[in-house]
Design a protein. Structure first.
Length: 451
């Protein structure tokens, strides 16, 4: 008899713990599996369930721990939905008033880091994102926050997570996928982190990817959890990490558009001039902007109104209380020094842009360098074809590649048509590459470094 045929009890109707264990024992009997069969089935799924552990779980009056129960049910070959019902019934029984939390429970997990940047000028985006995530429909929902390097995607996502803690009482999971770095994080290791945060004992975390995904979805199926997946490069790397629970939500941040990832999409642009100056003043310290408002506006413009660049410039000013803002503006006006000035500690704007640049093809890199050599110009599609010395169709593909990684900006001209523009910091970086400088701003020794 298969496990599916053995299901004739709705575990949600069980009201007492001893009845739960008795029905679990009955379920095992109806599957026709021996204790050794269960051990073998569990091993194939990546779990370690010794015979003594299985026997003890099915022949005592106390509830088995949730991760042991999940491993047992999966070893029974139950469908995911049925496993979820049993886990939900287990959770209901363990949450009865006056009962102790199961062994190893530490409450709802919160893996959110501190907010990395001050959040200024994003009230509209925060409200829109929160409304999207809290829309009252029972279906998993994913919000994709996209934008150029340094625009504040992580800050917005983490701020949103902290703001919505009370709306997701079963926990907030967070992982930086490092998608644009050379050593991106393996989703399999992220699943291990998430499973342990959700209460699974390390010894019961499946070794294989499929087993981890199955257990992850099972544990989330009846919970209300927010999952924040930061710095995602490609959709296929994150699909296994998206929650399946009808009350769960996910927030994904990316420099790409990830148009093939289903969900709501929110595109972040650089700040407006007033908000950019306000952020610079916050980072530089109380009173630093007073009396030098014009210089502050100039610094913000030279930083492209990009939050990360503004915070770095402000941090450098805060560390140099004797430095006037006009001196900082003068230093940033020197293009050979601009990206050098926008470095503090281990944060370098140049390196952040370089991570996106690496994802371009050789032709895409050449196209960006050519556009950057034309100063602050705006281009039509026809003009870029002439600049790249290619046909219009190929030029459109190159522009799409640059737009996909938010390395250029597009806007609709007053008279119609689309205009393309390179932001000042990306342009400074691309011109450095044209001169053979590497990702640290050092002049290279071979032409290959210009690629």
């Amino acid at each position: 008899m298969t496990a599916l045929q053995a299901i004739d009890v709705d575990p949600r109707d069980i009201r007492h713990r001893d009845e739960f264990v008795a029905q679990l024992r009955r379920l095992k009997s109806r599957t026709g599996l021996s204790y050794r069969d269960i051990e073998r089935h569990a091993r194939r799924r990546g779990h370690i369930l010794p015979l003594s552990t299985v026997y003890s779980a099915l022949n005592r009056g106390t509830l088995p721990h949730v991760d042991l129960l999940a491993a047992l049910l999966l070893a029974f070959d139950l469908p995911e939905g049925e496993v979820a019902r049993w886990l939900g019934a287990h959770r209901t029984l363990t949450e009865e008033p006056g009962t102790a939390a199961p062994c190893g429970s530490t409450g709802a997990p919160c893996l959110l880091p501190p907010i990395p940047l001050p959040l200024i000028g994003r009230d509209g985006e925060v409200d829109a994102a929160a409304a999207s995530l809290l829309e009252p429909n029972r279906a998993p929902r994913c919000l994709v926050i996209a934008g150029p390097a340094g625009v504040g995607k992580t800050a917005l996502a983490v701020h949103l997570g902290h703001r919505l803690i009370d709306d997701f009482p079963d926990g907030q999971l967070y992982a930086d996928l490092g998608g644009f770095h050379e050593s991106a994080v393996d989703p399999k290791s992220v699943l291990s982190l998430f499973l342990r945060a959700l209460g699974a004992h390390p010894s019961t975390v499946p070794r294989g990817m499929d087993g981890r995904v199955a257990l992850y979805r099972t544990l989330l199926s009846r919970r209300r959890v927010l999952v924040v997946l930061d710095n995602v490069a490609e959709s296929h790397t994150v699909r296994a990490l998206l929650p399946n629970g009808l009350e769960c939500r996910a927030v994904v941040t990316t420099r790409a558009t990830l148009a093939d990832l289903c969900g709501s999409h929110l595109s972040l642009a650089p700040l407006g001039p007033d908000d950019a100056t306000a952020l610079l003043g916050r980072a530089a310290g109380i009173g630093r902007v007073t009396g030098e408002e014009a210089a502050a506006d100039e610094i913000a413009a030279l930083c492209g109104n990009l939050p990360l660049a503004l915070c770095v410039a402000g941090a450098r000013l805060a560390a140099r209380p004797h430095m006037r803002l006009r001196d900082m503006a003068r230093a940033l006006s020197d293009e050979d020094r601009r990206l050098d000035e926008l470095t503090v500690g281990d944060i370098a704007v140049r390196r952040r842009i370089a991570l996106s640049y690496r994802f371009l093809t050789t032709s895409g890199r050449r196209a960006l360098r050519l556009m950057s050599m034309c100063g602050d110009a705006e281009f039509t599609g026809r003009a870029t074809a002439a600049l790249f010395d290619v046909g219009r169709a190929e030029a459109d593909l190159l522009l799409d590649q640059l737009l996909e990684l938010h390395l250029i900006e597009a806007r609709t001209a007053p008279g119609g048509g689309t205009r393309f523009h390179v932001s000042p910091l990306v342009a400074a970086f691309a011109r450095e590459r044209s001169l053979g400088k590497d990702e640290d701003g050092h002049r290279g020794t071979s032409a290959t470094q210009r690629n």
